[in-house]
Design a protein around this ligand. Structure first.
Ligand SMILES: C[S@@+](CC[C@H](N)C(=O)[O-])C[C@H]1O[C@@H](n2cnc3c(N)ncnc32)[C@H](O)[C@@H]1O
Length: 287
């Protein structure tokens, strides 16, 4: 059940998690590449949802459908929408305990396995704010395994932004699902827009490794994605896709109707700060 919203925040909503591959820095160029008109907006690899929040801030009557395979992340979206007051209380409790003994508290929360949706979501947000580099990474058993970060005063309860995200999710038409990206095909109609921002194919063997779920995104998944893009194109959907600047990807999308643009991007999550410099990635579309 939705809560009665008591305190409307004037803050513009932005991603409530730091997420590897987050698109905040690319919003201007993604915005320029959106089609002028489209039906429902679909984002099947939602992550932190940078483009979603941008679109909803610009047009709050836009119908949207978001999904991701990471069930904790998807739960966070619905908990923030439905139970913001309880969530903020729980996060404030984490904040208080963290300030007593950050190291032992961080590892005790990392080892914990809460059952309730409030506790699960506040654990995810707390770990995201206090772990090394705000990285989300799980091992093959799905267990979060990032060490404690080096922050003197992390912003554990970003209340204004959380309330703003809650407000926009309550007052707009956004459907939120936990599922594999291919399921989007069942829902789309002609004229809808689908933006894909999948885990990237590594550009080199030494490239940073990120695991958002306990299943890696393999070459087979990339083939499934390419095939899905073609099927969406045949259905008359508009498709926008981000990916790494690799020959493998540009070869897959080398034929009509696909247009491949190389764009400059910055990565803010890289364990080596010297590598957090500009690099190129691909933006591919069929319109
Ligand atoms: C690059 S991130 C998306 C970043 C997002 N655009 C942002 O601005 O933060 C990729 C997302 O894909 C999700 N994912 C991985 N495999 C998936 C699959 N097979 N189906 C759906 N989502 C998947 C991950 O959990 C992760 O959240």
């Amino acid at each position: 059940m939705k809560q009665v919203y008591s305190q409307v925040s004037p803050v513009v909503p932005k991603p409530f998690v730091k997420w590897a591959g987050g698109k905040r820095q690319l919003i201007p160029i993604l915005n320029e590449n959106l089609p002028e008109n489209f039906g429902t907006y679909y984002e099947p690899f939602i992550g932190g949802g940078a483009l979603l929040f941008h679109i909803l801030t610009d047009r709050n009557d836009q119908k949207c459908s978001i999904s991701d395979l990471n069930s904790d992340l998807v739960l966070a979206y619905t908990t923030i929408r439905n139970r913001i007051d309880d969530l903020i209380l729980s996060l404030k409790n984490h904040e208080k305990n963290y300030h007593k003994d950050s190291k032992s508290y961080y590892y005790s929360v990392r080892e914990s396995n809460p059952r309730s949706e409030i506790e699960k979501t506040s654990r995810l947000l707390f770990l995201n704010r206090t772990c090394f580099n705000g990285l989300y990474r799980v091992n093959s058993k799905g267990k979060f395994n990032v060490p404690l970060g080096r922050y003197s005063n992390p912003n554990i309860v970003n209340e204004d932004n959380l309330r703003s995200v809650s407000n926009i999710l309550q007052t707009t038409q956004v459907s939120i699902k936990c599922r594999d990206f291919e399921a989007v095909l069942r829902d789309v109609k002609k004229g809808d827009l689908v933006y894909f921002d999948p885990p990237y194919q590594p550009v080199s063997n030494t490239a940073n490794f990120t695991s958002y779920t306990n299943k890696d995104f393999t070459d087979k998944d990339l083939e499934r994605l390419a095939d899905l893009c073609n099927r969406l194109d045949s259905k008359g959907c508009k498709v926008l896709l981000s990916n790494s600047d690799s020959k493998q990807v540009s070869d897959i999308f080398s034929e009509k109707p696909w247009k491949v643009n190389r764009i400059q991007a910055n990565r803010s999550i890289n364990s080596n700060s010297k590598k957090r410099t500009g690099h190129f990635e691909l933006l591919i579309k069929n319109y």
